[in-house]
Design a protein around this ligand. Structure first.
Ligand code: ATP
Length: 354
């Protein structure tokens, strides 16, 4: 059994099942993200774990103990909200010491732990500053230190980086992961940012309309999205509708009469299929050299790679090509798209549409 488990956990508001029957088992020391669009039930799930929202049904256990109806203070979890909620009239050190004072930890021990925490989040030099004298990223680190200083069994983070600008946000993602690794605290983070979830987490839980539709390691989520929603939400994906032509034990995917190299699946002849192809799995070649020819509609330079939209017989296809320092083909040019068969994933159209 996991360190933290949710069993058939649900929350109903009137007619709305905000969280519907979710099951999740988190191992000790694991970093798990709850990812999904606005309103899918991430925050409600986190708040039930924290004890701030009473579940309508189901069970939560922590280290084998049933905490479903336990008071938040008794659970003793660390929580960091989007708004940080630092005490404005207290210094950085006082903010971090607060939880220890509440727990009546002796002064010498308190000072030692605050110092250790501030060193961990790289804020030792700013211990005597007030929150208003800090940058957004620094405030965020104080909030994390304050939550971790009590050595909580679980750290809960609700969109902890969403108030930061893009560059700082990326830096803090690495910071968060480094801090979590060094203390080893089991962590659950709510985010609607797929790149953030993929880069920080051991596992990502995707939520759609109150349900957990996939729980997987980041690379598996990216390579094997379980639903059409996930394939479009996590990374960029070309989606093409086609027909499966079965011949003997094998078969081929066809779109507009064109046979596309793909993985081999076991579908009936004539079955409608959804084909998924990541932009980075496609190679641009000279016309006539690839699977299908096309014309570049537009081209964007994104620093480490170029993104092309290419009009072809199978639709408008996005292609990304690493930047090697020279200028690639431009708008209006004729090209051909090629890919390895294993890169084109095939799923049943009805399942993919769900
Ligand atoms: P966001 O990213 O926007 O915070 P979320 O995935 O965290 O979204 P929740 O806040 O968990 O979503 O909300 C899930 C659903 O439950 C939403 O439809 C929301 O309107 C509804 N909901 C949340 N809290 C309440 C409440 N106290 N009363 C009624 N409905 C609520």
């Amino acid at each position: 059994m996991g360190f933290l488990t949710l069993q058939s956990l649900s929350k109903v508001y009137g007619e709305l099942a905000a969280v519907a029957d979710v099951d999740l088992s988190v191992a000790k020391g694991e970093f798990v993200s709850l990812l999904g669009p606005s309103g899918c039930g991430k925050t409600t799930t986190l708040q039930m774990i924290a004890g701030l929202v009473e579940p309508s049904g189901g069970k939560i256990t922590l280290d084998g103990r049933d905490i479903t109806h336990e008071k938040p203070s008794k659970r003793g979890l660390g929580i960091v909200f989007q708004s940080y909620a630092l005490f404005p009239h207290m210094t950085v050190a006082e903010n971090v010491a607060f939880g220890l004072e509440m727990r009546k930890v002796a002064k010498a021990e308190r000072d030692r732990r605050v110092k250790e925490m501030l060193a961990l989040v790289h804020l030792a030099a700013l211990a005597d500053r007030y929150p208003r004298q800090l940058s957004g990223g620094q405030r965020q680190r104080v909030a994390i230190a304050r939550a971790l200083v009590i050595s909580p069994p679980v750290l809960l983070l609700d969109e902890p980086l969403s108030n930061l600008d893009a560059k700082l946000r990326e830096e803090m993602q690495f910071e968060l992961r480094r801090i979590q690794r060094s203390v080893g605290t089991t962590t659950i983070m709510v985010t609607h940012d797929q790149a953030e979830a993929l880069s920080i987490s051991d596992r990502v839980v995707v939520m759609e309309q109150g349900r957990m539709t996939q729980i997987d390691a980041p690379y598996r989520l990216y390579e094997r999205p379980a639903t059409a929603f996930i394939s479009s939400f996590v990374g960029k994906m070309n989606r093409i509708e086609g027909v499966w032509r079965r011949n003997g034990a094998s078969g081929t995917a066809e779109v507009a009469g064109l046979v596309l190299p793909s993985e081999i699946v076991d579908f009936a002849d004539g079955a409608a299929v959804a084909l998924s192809l990541r932009p980075e799995k496609i190679v641009l070649k000279a016309p006539g050299q690839g699977v299908t020819d096309g014309r570049i509609v537009n081209r964007f330079f994104l620093g480490s790679y170029w993104l092309f939209n290419v009009e072809t017989a199978i639709g408008l296809i996005a292609v990304s090509v690493p930047n090697h320092g020279d200028e690639p083909a431009g708008e209006g040019e004729a090209v051909s798209l090629d890919w390895a068969p294993a890169s084109l994933k095939v799923s049943a159209l009805h399942a993919a549409a769900g």
